[in-house]
Design a protein around this ligand. Structure first.
Ligand SMILES: [Fe+2]
Ligand SMILES: [Fe+2]
Length: 337
């Protein structure tokens, strides 16, 4: 049994309910567990939570859930159905193509009239919105760069050496206090939030879960190694300008330097990571495996799609009249999970 994992979350529909029952009661999944997967919204709460439950078994697992479930054939069968529905929906919603250089070039141009989440928080965001944003992101950043580690054995030569160099930074360069996940935990502490791993799983809705599920799918499938690398590259390219705006937003809202270190650290680090990923990882990978071009493009476009969906959700909630919480339950001022 896992001693310190997070608690199993509350279900959000029939599929996640069946999985929670399986994992908490110990009875193996039946053929009906995944029933209705293909009739369910692939980006919806039920499917995304169910998929997140399956993937989390590969990270830290859940309190009271036997680690053996990670490789239970019945559960892996259910996971396969969920991934098929999700990945098919992603592929159906992106433009596709195989011109990696052109698609990467587009990522480097920040629109002058950009109005994303970091612009909102920078220009007029309130503290409660910042706390909500950090709560959403905690589902990923408290395990920052773990999904990307799965790809290491699937790479060779220069691509592998370069990706590991980036991962070394993500994991603090040998200093646990500088692990990016730890810097994010410090930010949460500074904001009076609960920095325990997955403490907010019950309150974070599907758009953020979908982003993390995408990373896990790309990392766990060797066939999707190109998509993982494309995803990693676009995340690094788009981080520095947003990180600068977030650092400014924190300063404006009076959050101390311990809180903003997560963002200030990313301004310079990711400017370097971006170069390494584009030139050394993607460049080398395309040289040895040119057939991966379309998958790299898919990873970039799927990331943009899901980031946009998350941004639309956040801004849609915050800008509605009256403004409403973007979480499934709004945080109390002294919320600690
Ligand atoms: Fe990072
Ligand atoms: Fe980075």
């Amino acid at each position: 049994m896992t001693a310190q994992g997070p608690s199993l979350p509350t279900s959000r529909g029939p599929i996640s309910a069946a999985l929670v029952t399986v994992l908490s009661g110990g009875s193996p999944p039946t053929s009906s567990t995944a029933q209705g997967v293909h009739a369910t919204d692939p980006f919806g709460e039920d499917l995304q939570l169910a998929l997140h439950l399956c993937y989390e078994l590969h990270y830290r697992g859940f309190d009271g859930v036997a680690p053996e479930w990670e490789w239970d054939p019945g559960l892996l069968g259910v996971r396969r159905e969920l991934e098929d529905a999700f990945l098919t929906a992603l592929r159906g919603r992106v433009a596709g193509g195989d011109d990696v250089a052109a698609v990467l070039e587009e990522q480097l141009v920040e629109p002058v009239d950009a109005h994303g989440v970091s612009h909102h928080l920078h220009d007029r965001g309130e503290l409660w919105e910042l706390r909500e944003y950090v709560t959403h992101r905690s589902i990923y950043h408290l395990k920052e760069a773990d999904p990307h580690a799965w790809v290491i054995p699937r790479l060779r030569g220069r691509a592998k050496a370069a990706l590991v160099a980036v991962e070394y930074d993500e994991f603090g360069g040998g200093r646990p206090e500088m692990m990016h996940a730890q810097l994010f935990a410090d930010l949460m502490d500074e904001l009076g939030l609960n920095s325990s791993y997955l403490a907010y799983l019950n309150v974070v809705p599907a758009p953020m879960l979908a982003l993390v599920n995408m990373m896990s799918a790309f990392g766990l499938h060797r066939a999707l190694r190109g998509a993982l690398v494309g995803h990693f590259a676009v995340a690094e390219i788009t981080t520095p300008p947003g990180a600068q705006r977030m650092a400014d937003a924190l300063e404006r809202l009076g959050v101390g330097p311990r809180g903003s270190l997560f963002f200030t650290e990313h301004i310079e680090a990711d400017a370097v990571h971006e170069q390494v990923l584009r030139r050394d990882v993607i460049g080398d990978l395309l040289g040895t495996e040119p057939d991966l071009a379309a998958d790299i493009v898919f990873g970039i476009q799927a990331t943009n799609l899901l980031e946009e969906r998350l941004g639309d959700h956040l801004l849609g909630c915050w800008r509605s009249d009256p403004a409403r919480s973007s979480l499934r339950r709004s945080l109390a001022v002294s919320d600690s999970g």
